[in-house]
Design a protein around this ligand. Sequence first.
Ligand code: FAD
Length: 515
Amino acid sequence: MATEERAATSSENAVRKVVIAGGGTAGWMTAAALAADLADAGLEIELVESPEIGTIGVGEATVPFIHTFNRMLGLDQADFMRRCNATFKLGIEFVGWRDVGESYFHSFAQFGPNFKDVSFYHMYLRYAALMAAKGADVPIEASNVGAVAARHSRFRHPHTVEKSGLPPHHYAFHFDAALYADYLRTYATARGVRHISGRIVEVAQVPETGFIKSLRLEDGRVLAGDLFVDCTGLAGLLIEKTLGSGYEEWKHWLPCDRAVAVPCAKAASPIPYTQASAEASGWRWRIPLQHRTGNGMVYSGAFADSDDAVEARLMEAIDGEPLAAPRRIRFTPGRRREVWVKNCVSVGLASGFLEPLESTNIHLVQSIAFKLLSYFPDRHFDQREIDAFNAEMQLEIEHIRDFIILHYKVTEREDTPFWAYCKHMSVPDSLQARIDMFRPHGRLFVKPGEFFTYNSWLSVMHGQGLRADRLVRQIDRLTDEEVIAYFEAFNGRVASVVASMPAHDAYLQAFVSAR
Ligand code: FAD
């Protein structure tokens, strides 16, 4: 086929209209991304949501990848933070996960560099042993600028810190989910996205192919389109109820299947990290925003005494006046077997759900939205491309799943039936292999492109109490003095950089009000 002919065919077959069903975080993030990237190409985008059904109303902690999304939209960081009441996030403190009374930090910053071909981790193990012999306990997080800054509630943008010669230090945000959706709605509608309020009551399909043709609303309006994006949350109205994608359940590895959430008034200056505290049959989150604190409990219905008892425990644990009635949520951990079926791509909770322990769901929304842009179809909907898309998403969600399971599996706790179950449960082979490879020599294999880095796996494996049986032989090349000198210099630099950072709250207030 001649080039002009091919170009004409491809523009004749171009997707002209996208209909997004659902206006939660997933719907508006997808709408904003499509509008930023494709609206100039003449793509029509319509988003329909039902105010009576509403949104899930949680999802306030993020990972650093959110910067890529915000940059793609061209958002001004101070404006975004001001309008979403956002705070900076340096990582997550895990309280009581390894054992009652213990805590560790999973920071977005890296640990120290290798020295003479010996990895930082092996250096640290030797150093910790030397210090222990002298009666001193030096936690691994003393070598992580993000963790130390978080513990002191200090913050400064990393580009100023990196000049200190320390390894890169990343950060993310906590924000008000409803305000973020509003912010993106303003962004998307200003770029031509049509916003429709109404409840979808019927999904019409092309009889011969099963492709989705249109959505009918309660008031009789019909929304036709070429490509449909299912952002209807846990309902999965298009991808599951209409197209029957199928769901792979992971409750045997991730036993938590319920949550209760409640915002409360802020009791103190917001800290720059999320807290995840282990509880008898699950865990509790605390997310500090500028104006309030988000709280919730994620737990297993099979192990908890009752929903009322879990809610009572949450209300007892929060540190400010509740600002709304607690909201109960049920979910099934797992993944949609095919995120993309025919002419429908599911995003957000409609595409599957992993509990929010590592704040990865908004990241997955972003990841699917970006993949949709790079695999943006024409109306042929090439099945090979759809299969490739689905395979990539499967790999990504399984990797994140393994990382979350690690927090439950590698624990010393057996004090409640829930923790005893987690400690002794079998885990996916892919995770078991990582744990088994770590045990002999503390070696960690992270494949290129995997979302969680070496730093993250190390933080959680070490923090949960996993230890290498032996050190690598290269460590014998170093003298005790060299090891001690390395840590005195590196940890000293971390401490002095953190000492020069302003308090998080003061920095945040100055940053959001300066522009
Ligand atoms: P929803 O917010 O449920 O939106 C669904 C939309 O579909 C709504 O607009 C609704 O009106 C519409 N809709 C549904 N049915 C119809 C219909 N028939 N007609 C018209 N419209 C319809 N993620 C993170 O990254 N970090 C976190 O800290 C985090 N914490 C979480 C805590 C809990 C307890 C839970 C359950 C989730 C958490 N998540 C978190 C996940 C995060 O909340 C979601 O990924 C995110 O909010 C996206 O939700 P959504 O837009 O897919 O669904």
